[in-house]
Design a protein around this ligand. Structure first.
Ligand SMILES: [Mg+2]
Length: 289
């Protein structure tokens, strides 16, 4: 066999050996600690309670996809319309991020033998916020999928697309098609009600879903829940479920990156609400016996 043909064949074989996955993560309270809406409100001099009142009011009305409340306010609320591009960059610089996002990106990219994970951020937070935030920690930015404000004369003029609620499903489908990745090679991580559609979608197609908060919205749906202030914790279900490592290998892996697993507690959570039964209900249940 001629040498160039052999080399091509070998390259092709080594490419085939790498298993490729899509890792899509929410931003607010998944990669960050705070909701960017609160940080922006503070910056604009709007009391956080006012943002809370307006966004929870919209959520109750189901006026917009859950998670898109800030995007709506930026377009339609006179107080939030004062927001300029610089404010959004400032929020990105101020918002506290979880530790080791840069290392998470590097490990997903090429840190696990035989695997490559394309890291995308799917968030309804304005793109300027998400783009400015990882710059503080990431040498290379995750790709971004949210289409947010276009400014005209300083004001936010329109919104092209928000990755909120069902919008995240549309983004995932598009990414999956672009990357030519099977549905069972999709991983989605999120923390709140805006991530429910995406989690149900990924679960239904044999992908992996990771909840990073104790919110019942996501813990009841996600295949795994990991609570940590360190973004690397999201690797845990990936290393177990996809790479197939035992706990000892996972501990060694973290140690090889200079991190010790100090505490690793597994807790199965049952969400249960009990209320006093009425006498009619008790009588019914006795009658049924
Ligand atoms: Mg979130």
């Amino acid at each position: 066999m001629p040498f160039p043909v052999l080399m091509n064949l070998m390259c092709h074989m080594s490419e085939k050996l790498i298993k490729r996955y899509l890792f899509a993560s929410d931003f607010d309270q998944t990669l960050s600690f705070n909701d960017s809406g609160y940080v922006l409100s503070e910056l604009l001099g709007i009391p956080p309670e006012e943002f809370e009142r307006k966004s929870s009011g919209m959520a109750k009305l189901h006026l917009v996809q859950q998670g898109a409340e800030l995007a709506y306010l930026l377009l339609h609320d006179p107080h939030f319309r004062r927001c300029r591009r610089e404010h959004l960059h400032q929020v990105g610089k101020r918002i506290p991020l979880k530790e080791n996002i840069q290392l998470l990106y590097q490990i997903l990219d090429s840190g696990i033998d035989g695997y490559h994970f394309d890291f995308f951020v799917l968030s309804a937070a304005p793109v300027e916020i998400v783009r400015s935030a990882p710059r503080r920690y990431c040498a290379r930015q995750p790709h971004l999928r949210n289409r947010v404000p276009v400014h005209s004369a300083g004001e936010i003029e329109t919104i092209l697309r928000t990755a909120a609620g069902y919008g995240k499903v549309a983004c995932l489908d598009q990414l999956q098609a672009e990357l030519q990745i099977g549905p069972d090679h999709v991983i989605f991580a999120g923390d709140g009600s805006s991530d429910v559609h995406a989690m149900l979608h990924v679960n239904g197609r044999d992908g992996l879903t990771i909840a990073v908060s104790e919110s019942p919205h996501v813990t009841q749906i996600a295949k795994r829940t990991v609570i940590s202030s360190n973004a690397l914790a999201m690797l845990l279900p990936i290393l177990e479920k996809i790479v197939g490592w035992e706990p000892a290998q996972i501990r060694d892996f973290f140690e090889s990156h200079g991190l010790l697993v100090q505490e690793w507690a597994r807790v199965r959570t049952d969400w249960l609400t009990l209320r006093p039964a009425s006498s009619a209900e008790i009588a019914r249940s006795v009658g049924a016996e």
